[in-house]
Design a protein around this ligand. Structure first.
Ligand SMILES: [Zn+2]
Length: 415
């Protein structure tokens, strides 16, 4: 076996194709190993439509980027024929080493996909020696191909949430299958609100799912979302995730802090103290001191924080009935504390929202699905942001969410 044959080995070069020439171009930097493939003179090729062996009608030269050969780039060039089938006419044939329309060999694409599953696209592009823009195009091709084969006929319960692809704008709404522990993302779409729920319904139907078979939907307390679920998934029970209840109050406490800070000077470190305290975040000495001072000084922020903390007691209820009793108690207690103090405005709104959606919040205690799923979704958003760093337009962000967390199977086999 000579060097040329070794090179051709991984290329899926089968008759009538053969390696015709090779050369290392040392003028270009990095150097380029050029490989030429040719077909035997007079060879017959299968018509792409019916497979009938046909003569070549004419040839056109194409070049593909192949895996690097050590430190050198590698290009493959071949004259690809068009067949002249009596039934299907003149058609360009497919070559065994690359998919139609791609400027890369299949092996190159496979290596690229393996890398982008493990690292940011920019880093993968650097390793492969290719522009990130071309790398994204490969990824997008395989992801959308795999997605088109996604089957959702068994879907019975889903959750969804929105996130910004960039700070403050370009929203993306992501839907997860609540029965899937791994790779839960089944749909991601630009925008937020009602239209996204309708878009998911259409996607579900296009993938073998039945909207009337959906028995549970988990989401936040946005009136637009809740109305859209009722309209599109008529048999679904609506569950408000506990995660969103806590989030609502965390934001409200911060609003109270801002409002109070305009009136009196709050201890330094108050902001993080009330946001982080007992939320798994570790307080610095300064923050602990701030929290103690807030409590001792009987600041409104401390009162608001204490109301929020009482949610833990509600969450710890062991049955739906107990939870109902605790929520009622919680609401009454919160209203007494808030009274008609205008600085508590946001907290008052949060209390009214919980009151309004009490039944949906209580579904939490009878739902068969874990509460951890929406928190996991937030982890997915974070990871996708990190991987798509540098070009976070909505399309690349969505592609990355799918790549990280959708059940795409063996991506590469879905050419
Ligand atoms: Zn044909």
């Amino acid at each position: 076996m000579d060097a040329a044959e070794v090179l051709a080995l991984g290329l899926a070069v089968t008759p009538p194709w053969r390696l015709s020439d090779q050369r290392l171009d040392t003028v270009r930097r990095p150097h380029v190993l050029e490989i030429w493939l040719a077909s035997d003179r007079g060879a017959l090729f299968p018509c792409p439509d019916c497979g009938r062996a046909c003569k070549a009608h004419d040839f056109k030269q194409f070049t593909w980027r192949h895996l690097n050969f050590f430190q050198h780039h590698c290009h493959i060039t071949a004259k690809v024929p068009r067949t002249d089938c009596p039934e299907h006419g003149v058609r360009r044939i497919a070559v065994p080493w690359a998919r139609e329309g791609s400027g890369f060999t299949l092996l190159f694409e496979q290596a690229a996909l393996m890398l982008v599953r493990e690292m940011p696209v920019l880093a993968a592009a650097r390793i492969m020696g290719v522009t990130d823009k071309r790398l994204w195009r490969i990824v997008e091709h395989y992801v959308s191909k795999a997605l088109s084969e996604l089957k959702l006929s068994g879907l019975q319960a889903f959750a969804f949430d929105e996130t910004a692809s960039k700070r403050g704008h370009n929203y993306v709404t992501v839907f997860i299958d609540l029965a899937r522990k791994r790779s839960p993302v089944v749909f991601a779409t630009p925008g937020k609100g009602k239209a996204t729920v309708k878009a998911f319904k259409a996607f579900l139907e296009a993938h073998g799912g039945k909207p009337e078979r959906i028995i549970e939907v988990v989401c936040d307390m946005s009136p637009a979302f809740l109305a859209a679920i009722g309209e599109n998934f008529e048999n679904a029970r609506q569950t408000v995730d506990w995660f969103h209840v806590v989030q609502l109050f965390t934001r409200a406490v911060d609003e109270v802090r801002k409002a109070e800070h305009k009136v009196v000077k709050l201890p330094d470190g108050a902001r993080w103290a009330v946001l982080k305290a007992r939320d798994g975040g570790k307080l610095s000495d300064k923050q602990s001191a701030a929290l103690a001072e807030l409590e001792a000084g009987d600041f409104l922020t401390a009162q608001a924080w204490r109301i929020k903390e009482k949610l833990r007691w509600v969450r710890a209820a062991e049955s739906r009935q107990a939870a109902r009793w605790r929520i009622t108690h919680f609401l009454r207690h919160a209203r007494e504390m808030i009274a008609d103090n205008p600085l508590f405005e946001q907290l008052r709104k949060a209390v009214e929202t919980v009151d309004k959606h009490q039944e949906r919040i209580l579904e939490r205690w009878t739902s068969t699905y874990s509460n951890a799923r929406l928190e996991a979704l937030n982890g997915i958003f974070k990871a996708a942001r990190a991987r798509a760093r540098g070009y976070r337009n909505t399309a690349t962000f969505i592609t990355m969410i799918y790549l990280i967390a959708a059940p795409l199977g063996n991506l590469f086999n879905s050419t």
